[in-house]
Write a protein that binds this ligand. Structure first.
Ligand code: CAA
Length: 384
């Protein structure tokens, strides 16, 4: 596996880093405090191509590979994990799904404004009774002429409060299992669509999350993504990329906490010398760095497999599991190294600690990643 970056990968990573450090980092603490959605910087990310990084240029994107995408999400998330998840959802869960499963007409009409960042997208799979058990959805779509009439309630929708377009997963028959599910592209201006209150969250507070309600919402049949009955597989296939995005977000959060910890360990003295000269601190830094680098390698490998067109569900789940658990480990140790300072809201590691927590939950909990990994391993063992 060769991870020497090419010129284009380096250029886009550096562009993301410069933008993140110059324009996002100075806002990160304030928007964490206020919980305000950072529309102005999100629009700038769109103008720079960061919201359509891997989308084909023909549809308003940059046409970069998944490795570049990983590098860019890490840079954005180092500055602010809220911007990181907004970027990841738009690229992985929305644009990628549309590009992979949309017709030419759908890509022209729906993907172009999303990839260029003129519109914001959301992916809506979870319902109040079905998070991990995603196939158990109850939001129904009933065919009526050239429309589907949609009724139901979706929850925990990232970017839901500001989305112009929603990839909605619903079912033709709630008792029918996976094979009755379907994906619809919903324009949020449609009558019958409404949003609940924005969730007050522990971390990633500037990313907006809410419930969506569909009350006899009439969605045109030509806004169906893929076939009737194919929704669950589309949802899962999209998450194979989404999990690479969240692994990258977790690496960015961990990296930010690690860098602050190294600096603090050099600056702070105890027992007559910088704490960086105490073995207890050195060992913590060593563990933190090793976990970040292992996460990076797993994530880049999953992305490289995706770029080669190889199936990468197992690798994406391993990357997401390891990187998210490591982000929790690293941000916890970062607080330990900072001592009382790390527990203060005036210190950025406090925010990184809270932001890391969600990465083991959304886009499949760590338990679901273990399930995906073990099922695939056992399937392969059977085939051997
Ligand atoms: N790609 C394509 N097809 C897939 C697939 C994949 N990665 N994974 C499974 N499938 C197919 C299976 O092959 C199977 O097909 P057949 O019926 O033809 O055999 C079908 O889908 C059903 O698969 P399973 O039997 O494995 O389904 P299951 O009900 O046991 O569920 C699960 C599997 C892994 C637990 C799945 O429900 C899951 O991933 N749950 C977690 C959901 C999740 O991640 N939610 C996140 C919400 S989005 C979010 O958080 C975004 C955000 O806001 C940031």
């Amino acid at each position: 596996m060769d991870f020497d970056l090419n010129e284009s990968q380096r250029m886009i990573r550096d562009l993301a880093r410069d933008f993140a450090q110059g324009e996002i980092a100075p806002l990160a603490a304030a928007i964490d405090e206020s919980g305000a959605f950072p529309m102005a910087t999100v629009k700038k990310m769109g103008a720079l191509g960061l919201l359509g990084l891997t989308t084909d240029e023909a549809y308003g994107g940059v046409g970069a590979d998944a490795v570049t995408y990983v590098l860019a999400v890490i840079e954005i998330s180092r500055a602010c994990a809220s911007h990181g998840v907004i970027m990841s959802v738009q690229n992985s869960l929305v644009n990628y799904g549309l590009e992979k499963f949309g017709t030419d007409a759908q890509k022209r009409d729906w993907l172009q404004p999303l990839a260029s960042g003129q519109k914001i997208g959301a992916y809506s799979l979870t319902e109040p009774q079905s998070g991990s058990d995603a196939g158990n959805m109850k939001t129904t779509a009933v065919r009526d002429g050239d429309h589907y009439v949609v009724n139901g309630r979706k929850s925990w929708v990232t970017s839901g409060p500001v989305a112009d377009t929603v990839l909605l997963f619903c079912t033709l028959d709630p008792k029918g299992g996976h094979n009755q599910t379907m994906c619809l592209l919903v324009d949020t201006a449609l009558p019958g669509f409404s949003r609940g209150k924005t969730e007050p969250k522990l971390g990633i507070r500037a990313s907006a999350t809410c419930e969506l309600t569909f009350d006899d919402c009439r969605v045109p049949v030509d806004a169906r993504l893929g076939d009737e009955g194919g929704g669950f597989k589309i949802a899962m296939s999209i998450l194979d990329k989404g999990r690479i995005g969240i692994a990258s977000q977790a690496i960015g959060i961990a990296q930010a906490a690690y860098v602050l910890s190294v600096q603090y360990a050099k600056d702070r003295s105890a027992f007559g010398k910088p704490i960086a000269e105490h073995q207890a601190i050195q060992f913590m830094l060593a563990d933190m760095h090793a976990r970040i680098e292992a996460s990076r390698l797993l994530t880049l490998r999953a992305a490289a497999m995706m770029d080669r067109g190889e199936k990468h569900s197992l690798e994406a789940s391993m990357a997401k599991l390891y990187a998210s658990e490591s982000a929790q480990f690293v941000t916890d140790r970062a607080i330990q190294i900072h001592g009382g300072m790390g527990y203060s809201k005036e210190c950025a590691v406090e925010r990184h600690f809270r932001d890391a927590r969600i990465t083991t939950i959304y886009e499949g909990t760590s338990e679901i990643q273990r399930l995906v990994i073990s099922r695939e391993l056992l399937r392969r063992a059977q085939a051997d």
